[in-house]
Ligand binder design. Structure first.
Ligand SMILES: O=C(O)c1cc(=O)[nH]c(=O)n1[C@@H]1O[C@H](COP(=O)(O)O)[C@@H](O)[C@H]1O
Length: 260
């Protein structure tokens, strides 16, 4: 187990070294580390530490959601960790279960991203239930917005952000008009099919307000048909860098097109 986890950390380190000057943040998904037990968790926090020391914002994708007393412990484990800047939070259990995280965001200068409209195909089953006051996800956005307003920083953005799937273009448009001061964490780009055009409406008119997430498309770029002919497996990190540059340029082009 130790060998696997060391290999995972070295793989991550290679990618971080190759892209840290291009991207603002990394998001580390806890399930892929939990599966290796204690050694896996060690690799998770080592990766967080390495990324943080490289100057990146570190988002722990832990999707926590439980009663408030338990949330306090989750918050202690992640938001009180010096190498983690923000976590993903599941709002299904209601407002008071999110408050412990907000308290730590205030105390420790951290952030959370509340799942509002997720990228997965089945997300509409619950999130798009129509109520008399709009869709269910709009109610979640309203709750998240209220919390976001209590934690606005120097540049007008809140430490309380929202997860909005890149695959949910119509919902993203609605949410962007309602949640001006929240950063959107936008997964679904790349491997889940969303394109640069799809994410353009997740940004505010100032060109800010969204962090676009692409995981498999970047870290496994070396397996992608196009790059396979250009780089070897050993050059996986360089391939990830190329893919990041491509992603950045495509998104910037779309944003410029939208502005003109
Ligand atoms: O909270 C998340 O990060 C998340 C929310 C969501 O709606 N959809 C979603 O895919 N994610 C995460 O974002 C990552 C997407 O990975 P790729 O599809 O490989 O880019 C995974 O780690 C998911 O757990």
């Amino acid at each position: 187990m130790r060998g696997i986890c060391r290999a995972i950390f070295l793989f991550n380190k290679g990618i971080i070294d190759a892209v840290y000057d291009l991207v603002p943040a990394v998001k580390i998904q806890i399930a892929f580390y939990e599966v290796y037990g204690a050694e896996g968790i060690r690799a998770f926090f080592k990766t967080a530490e390495y990324a943080k020391k490289k100057g990146l914002i570190v988002i722990a994708d832990v999707k926590r959601g439980d009663i408030a007393d338990v949330a306090m412990m989750y918050s202690k484990a992640y938001l009180q960790n010096e190498y983690i800047d923000a976590i993903t939070v599941n709002p299904y259990m209601g407002e008071n279960t999110i408050l412990p995280y907000i308290s730590d965001c205030t105390k420790y200068g951290k952030g959370i991203f509340i799942l509002v409209k997720t990228s997965n195909k089945g997300s509409g089953t619950i999130q798009n239930i129509k109520t008399e006051e709009g869709y269910f996800f709009e109610k979640v956005a309203e709750m998240a917005n209220k919390m976001a307003d209590s934690l606005i920083g120097n540049y007008g953005y809140s430490s309380i952000g929202a997860v909005v799937g890149a695959t949910c273009t119509e919902e993203a448009k609605i949410l962007r008009t309602k949640m001006h001061r929240s950063y959107f964490l936008v997964p679904g780009y790349g491997a889940q099919g969303a394109t640069a055009d799809d994410v353009a409406d997740c940004f505010n008119d100032d060109g800010l307000g969204a962090v676009i997430n692409s995981s498999r498309k970047i870290i496994f770029a070396y397996r992608n048909g196009y790059w396979k002919d250009v780089y070897t497996e050993e050059e996986y990190a360089q391939t990830s860098r190329e893919e990041v540059i491509l992603m950045r340029d495509l998104i910037n082009n779309c944003l410029m097109k939208k502005r003109s």
